[in-house]
Design a protein. Structure first.
Length: 241
């Protein structure tokens, strides 16, 4: 019986993953996880537009500055909610209060790049659209009835949904039209979001660069070690054969 339940779960799991994606295909995030300048730009956008509500409680300011190569002045400019470089990155609004206002949990984003993935984040932050039926006036293609305002609307503008009927007669959003223009062009906005996602990817796994470098040397070691032990084996068995 246990085996049966397990088998059902395992077959059903990929289905859940697709369902969680909100049904639209994800755009691949154009990020280079070794690009520290992109991540530093993302950090700036984060502090300006996201820190009001979302903490990054597993990241410390000084660690971030060291990893991303920020100068003392650059770091100071980013430290909006704290004075001590050794502090973790906490949100500006008291979380309990904010959650009461928004009527929903406001998640810490330290690990969101790992739980959701960069492509999800990149798509999510670019698919808000005007929806007068929602309390905040916006909705999201990927996160239906989202409780978060479109905080980057000044930059992106506000898109309008183009609704059509699918083969079952249900209304579906075919695409998003430009609607209200923002300060940035589409290409500039995509770049800003990519930098932000790159920053969140770094926060999710600060040692990624090191791990990938280490991985290379571990593999190189294994190859060399294999060569040596093979030579040794040949040497030992020469007399036997
Ligand atoms: C005014 C408060 C506020 C600001 C500012 C804000 N958010 Fe949110 N965010 C929320 C709330 C509330 C939710 C929960 C939405 C829900 O559950 O419906 C949320 C959810 C999210 C989620 C989904 C997390 C998950 O896994 O479910 C992501 C990702 C996110 N926010 C990213 C950002 C980014 C990036 C910024 C900055 C550009 C930002 N948020 C700015 C309030 C905010």
């Amino acid at each position: 019986m246990k085996k049966l339940i397990l088998a059902i779960l395992v077959t059903a799991l990929p289905g859940f993953a697709v369902a969680a994606g909100g049904g639209i295909p994800l755009d691949s995030a154009p990020i280079d996880t070794g690009d520290r300048e992109s991540q530093a730009r993302g950090a700036q956008t984060y502090m300006q537009y996201c820190l009001g509500c979302h903490s990054l409680k597993y990241m410390r300011y000084n660690r971030m500055a060291e990893d991303l190569g920020l100068s003392d002045e650059q770091l100071k400019a980013l430290m909006i909610t704290s004075e001590k470089p050794g502090d973790t990155i906490l949100n500006a609004m008291p979380t309990a209060q904010a959650e009461q206002w928004f009527g929903t949990k406001i998640p810490d984003l330290s690990l969101v790049a790992r739980s959701r993935g960069s492509d999800w984040l990149y798509t999510y932050l670019r698919t808000f659209y005007a929806d007068p039926k929602r309390p905040l006036g916006v909705n999201n293609l990927l996160f239906k009835d989202v409780g978060m305002p479109h905080v980057l609307w000044e930059l992106q503008g506000l898109k309008n949904p183009v609704v059509t009927k699918n083969e079952h007669g249900q209304e579906v959003i075919e695409r998003l039209d430009p609607g209200l223009p923002g300060q940035l062009s589409d290409a500039q906005y995509d770049q800003t979001v990519a930098d932000l996602v790159n920053f969140l990817d770094y926060v999710g796994e600060p040692i990624k660069q090191k791990r990938e470098r280490l991985g290379f040397w571990v593999l190189a070691f294994l190859v060399i070690f294999f060569g040596l032990s093979y030579a040794l084996k040949k040497e030992y068995w020469r007399d036997v054969h």
